[in-house]
Structures are given as structure tokens and as C-alpha cells.
Write a protein that binds this ligand. Sequence first.
Ligand code: CO8
Length: 260
Amino acid sequence: MSYENIIFETQDKIAKITFNRPKALNALNADLLDEFSNALDKIAGDEDIRVLVLTGAGEKSFVAGADITELAAFNALQAKVFAQKGQNIISKLQSLSIPVIAAVNGFALGGGSEMALACDFIYASENAMFGLPEITLGIIPGFGGTQRLPRLIGANMAKEMIFTGKMLPAAEAREIGIVNKVVALENLMADVMKTAKSIAAKGKVSLRAAKQAVNRGLNVDLATGLDIECDAFSICMASEDSKEGTSAFLEKRKPEFKGN
Ligand code: CO8
């Protein structure tokens, strides 16, 4: 598949997908979602990729939501089909076994916020704005926003954002736990890549086990979560990288993880 609405690059075990419809502030139309889904499948099938970074083309927007020109023409059934398509793709993103970082470089609205919320964490530029403005269009979030946002920041904070449709500047989004770090726009990608490289240098098995333990544990009671952690821990101990990591510590040298 050739890509016209995203840019998909891979370098040094780090994949980067740039949403690339800058004239529409990178809004998510059906073609973009198909291309994004295809790229996610490639990433899932490539064991060499350790980290995925998502960002938006241009200096103004990460993703300004679902494409309203497409959405405006939907009847109820078409809307349901499109919402399910978006949800499935965003769930595929969330369930990737590798860490995913959102580099939010401007507007992350509606489906754009929902995309970022499915990443493992978000770094944002100072000009970034987060919001679920669907209520101002007479609709509600349909790509998981009513579900993922309350799980992240609590029901009351999420309801205020969803009921008002207001946009939060990056600094405020950081205060309430949507964003991990806020940096100047010109430094955003360098900062994200520095973190991505640090993660990519870690053991492949342990990274995947850590992500899975946290994500699976979020939806179960503590005792079940602790069981999940024990299982994930023992999988790590069976890896070559765990032998390398512990030996390197004892031999007072830097570990060289090979991904086994
Ligand atoms: N869809 C389509 N085009 C868009 C979108 C969008 N979401 N956002 C911006 N654009 C286009 C504008 O129409 C404009 O195009 P043109 O130059 O041809 O007129 C261009 O991008 C630039 O935008 P503006 O001129 O409006 O730029 P401003 O800086 O003045 O404003 C804003 C920027 C505040 C981001 C403004 O563009 C805006 O409010 N955009 C819409 C944001 C929004 O409401 N997003 C939510 C969309 S709904 C959604 O995401 C639901 C997800 C679940 C769907 C379920 C399926 C049924």
C-alpha cells in the first residue's frame, strides 16, 4: 500500500508515523485511517521495531479530529460503522506490544485527542491544545474518548471536558495528567526521540512484558494484577537479555541487550 495521508519511517529500531493532511490540520478521514491501520500491521509484524512515535505534519496540529466534511454526510448507521472502524484501529494502536509515544505538536482535538490517549504517554509542545469538542457539533466522542479519558484523569474531570468541549492548553493538560512533559515546539521531536532511543536500547522482552503488565493490570483487581506481574517477570527471567542485564551490573559494565 502506498501512503498519501501519512508518512511512515523507520530508523534505528524506532518507527515514526506522521499524520499528513496539513491543509485539514491532519484530520482523520477514511483513507488516512486505512493507511494508518496498514502501517500498524507492518509495525506489529516487525520484531526489530522497539518504539513507535506518532506526530502531525506542520507546526499547528497533531490531529484536529475526525474529518468533519466526511462525518457531516453520515446517517446513523454509517456513523456507527465509521466509529467502530476508528475504535478498532485505535484499539490496535493501544494493543501494540511496543511502547508508543505521542508527540503532540499542536491541536489534538476529538479523534486526535482519542488517538493520543491510546498511546503509552504524551509529550506536547507549548502550543498544543487538547479537547473533545464533539459536543459543540451536537455529537459525542466516538473513537474511545468517553472511555479512555475518564480512566486516565477520573470521571469528573473528563465529564467537564466532554460536556463543555473546552480546549486545554498543554500546561493545563499536564497538570491533570494527560501529558507527561511540555517542551517548546522546536525541541519537541528531539526530546521525544531522546526518550524513544533510551527506551529502544532496553531489552525487547522486558519492554513488552512491562507494557503488558501495566495495561492488563489496569482492568483487573490488584491480586489478579500482581499475578500478571509475576508471570511477566518470570518471562523476562527466561530471556538472554535478563542474563546480560544482571551480569553487566555485577561486572560493572553497560549492558548490551540483543533482543533475545
Ligand atoms: N475536519 C475537517 N477539516 C478540518 C478539521 C476537521 N476536524 N479541523 C480543521 N479543518 C480544516 C478547516 O476546515 C480549514 O480548512 P479550509 O482552509 O479549507 O477552510 C483548515 O483545516 C484550517 O482550519 P481553520 O481555518 O479552522 O484553522 P483555525 O486555526 O482557525 O482553527 C481549529 C483551528 C480550532 C482546530 C478549528 O479548525 C476547529 O475547530 N476544527 C474542528 C475541531 C473539531 O471539532 N474536532 C472534532 C471533530 S469530531 C471528532 O473528532 C469525532 C471523532 C469520532 C468520530 C466518530 C465517527 C462517527
